[in-house]
Design a protein around this ligand. Structure first.
Ligand code: DP6
Length: 361
């Protein structure tokens, strides 16, 4: 599919008003997306587990208005007006307007809230942009009732990508791939696709406990980090390596190879942070507690052979990944050894999920 496939034909009837609510989950990348070119085209393919508990719920209420050539919307975050989110929404509306040409015909009230605590250091751009895109697709579906479910999901993912790259992996689950890869049929730089190969059950019930090491704002945004991959001395090798890691995952997923999974996933996490540390200007998002936790995981795994590993996103928090069948032992390990490294002892138990859900009012 190309961008053109997402341009709608003329709408037959525009509804006067209505409302739509979607809950979209966060996701955690196993092979990381880090580096992009305009507009929101990834430098390498990535793949993530869709999460379940960490999610954004968004309600859009829309009222037809005279098209005065401007976007008209108000934004409420957790019930209160949130002016500082507005520029991001305006940029998003500008990017998607060609694909949703009704945007200037309505006044929108966008109400959004997260299941995870505010300023937990968990990025809400993926779940937030996915939830918003799904609500907008609901409105388009009212104008194009014959639209099928596959197109609905694909276009929602396409729109979400234009808001935030990783958001395109938050529409469906449990494993979503984003970015062209010659060996992955259907893969695209424009939207996420459900991973098309065999995945052993052990991975579809995987657990993810997010250890909240640092809840504050991070010093460098993902957007800036992506930019720093331009002219980065290791970029070319990194992008090549991501392609190879996507290939390496195929037998790992098919055979439930936990050892192979651990090696690949931890390596990807450290490479992501190595890219940050070797950018110019260089930066570091890990904190001392991030490293304490990583060393404790290695020591625990060596001593117990429990297949638990870590990954990191663009921040100091640690995602602890483990199969469902070792859940009790890992929860004990967290309480005994890891919780003390978390800010106020906070962590969130999450697991692999199946994707966004429409909420009926
Ligand atoms: C480290 O999707 O947040 O989490 O497209 O600029 O919004 P933008 O970036 P974003 O980047 C995600 C970076 C990452 C890795 C990943 O999720 O693949």
């Amino acid at each position: 599919m190309t961008e053109k496939d997402f341009l709608p034909k003329n709408y037959e009837n525009l509804p006067q008003k209505g409302t739509s609510t979607w809950k979209a989950p966060s996701n955690i990348a196993l092979v990381k997306y880090w580096g992009k070119r305009p507009i929101q085209i990834p430098a390498n393919p990535s793949i993530s587990f869709t999460l379940d508990t960490c999610a954004t719920t968004t309600t859009i209420t829309f009222d037809k208005k005279k098209n005065t050539g401007d976007f008209s919307f108000e934004l409420l975050f957790e019930g209160k007006p949130k002016e500082d989110f507005k520029p991001k929404i305006v940029t998003f509306f500008e990017r998607v307007e060609a694909y949703l040409p009704f945007l200037k015909d309505y006044h929108f009230t966008i109400e959004t809230s997260n299941s995870f605590p505010h300023s937990s250091g968990i990025a809400s751009s993926a779940s937030g942009m996915a939830a918003l895109s799904l609500c907008l697709m609901d409105i388009e579906k009212m104008m194009v009732p014959e639209m099928d479910q596959t197109f609905f999901n694909t276009k929602a993912s396409f729109l979400a990508r234009l808001g935030s790259g990783s958001a395109c992996r938050s529409v469906e689950g449990p494993l979503i791939e984003f970015g062209v890869h010659d060996h992955i049929p259907g893969s695209s730089d424009l939207f996420g696709v459900p991973y098309p190969f065999v995945v052993d059950e052990v991975f579809t019930t995987f657990q993810d406990t997010i250890l909240l090491v640092h809840k504050g704002e991070k010093q460098v945004s993902s957007t800036v980090g992506h930019q720093l991959m331009h002219g980065h001395p290791y970029a070319r090798n990194r992008f090549e390596q991501a392609l190879q890691n996507m290939d390496a995952l195929k037998p790992i997923f098919a055979h439930g190879d936990l050892e192979g999974f651990i090696k690949l996933v931890e390596s990807e996490a450290l490479i992501l942070h190595a890219m940050m540390m070797t950018s110019m200007p260089y930066f570091m998002l890990m904190k001392p507690a991030t490293l304490e936790i990583i060393h404790k995981i290695w020591k625990y795994r060596e001593a117990t052979k429990v297949p638990v590993c870590f990954t990191l996103d663009a921040g100091a928090n640690v995602h602890l990944l483990y199969p469902d069948h070792v859940k009790e032992r890992v929860h004990q390990f967290i309480d005994d050894q890891l919780a003390k490294h978390c800010e106020n002892g906070h962590y969130i138990h999450d697991r692999v999920g199946l994707g966004a859900q429409k909420i009926n009012s």
